[in-house]
Ligand binder design. Sequence first.
Ligand code: ADP
Length: 183
Amino acid sequence: MDTAVKTTKGKTSIELLLGDISNQDTEAIVNAANRSLTPGSGVSGAIHSVAGPELYEACQKVAPVETGNVVITPGFHLPNPYVFHTVGPFYQGGGPAESTLLARCYENCLKLAEKNNIRSIAFPSISTGIYGYPKKDAAEIAFSSIKKFATGRSTISVIRIVVFDMSSFVIHKKAFKKIFNLK
Ligand code: ADP
């Protein structure tokens, strides 16, 4: 089975990949952080362990971060020059306030990437681990936000979502096809 899907909007390639967020060739990767920017398990654990203790120190200078917001640090020992730390909502039923906050994570990261002339960025599926957001709903919110952004005059060439296991990939692929009207 394929472990990647792609589509194009304007000049932007939008990709879904089965892989590890801490091993991406993009200029920026996104950390699914908590408000205090302390390393946990999942995405933040993987990112911090590759980036090294310098990332923890850099994070402590810019923490705390409000849910839906984003801050940038260097990537240190990661292959990526930049790490974006965004805080997804904790799932408590998925009402409009929560879905708006999740969409805002993607929008704010993409806006900030553009502002910093960053041409490629990889996201994990924010809030779908410890924060408990159902993957189908979260994936549709993620791809809708990306689609909306890339349909404008985006200067970002690659926007990628990286999922870690095959069952997540299958769920995200369905959402990808739905949102981008693909067969
Ligand atoms: P959150 O606290 O926002 O829920 P998590 O890090 O717990 O963030 O998980 C977010 C999603 O990322 C989950 O679906 C989880 O399976 C996935 N994930 C965990 N580790 C990695 C990794 N190394 N690369 C990509 N995705 C990962």
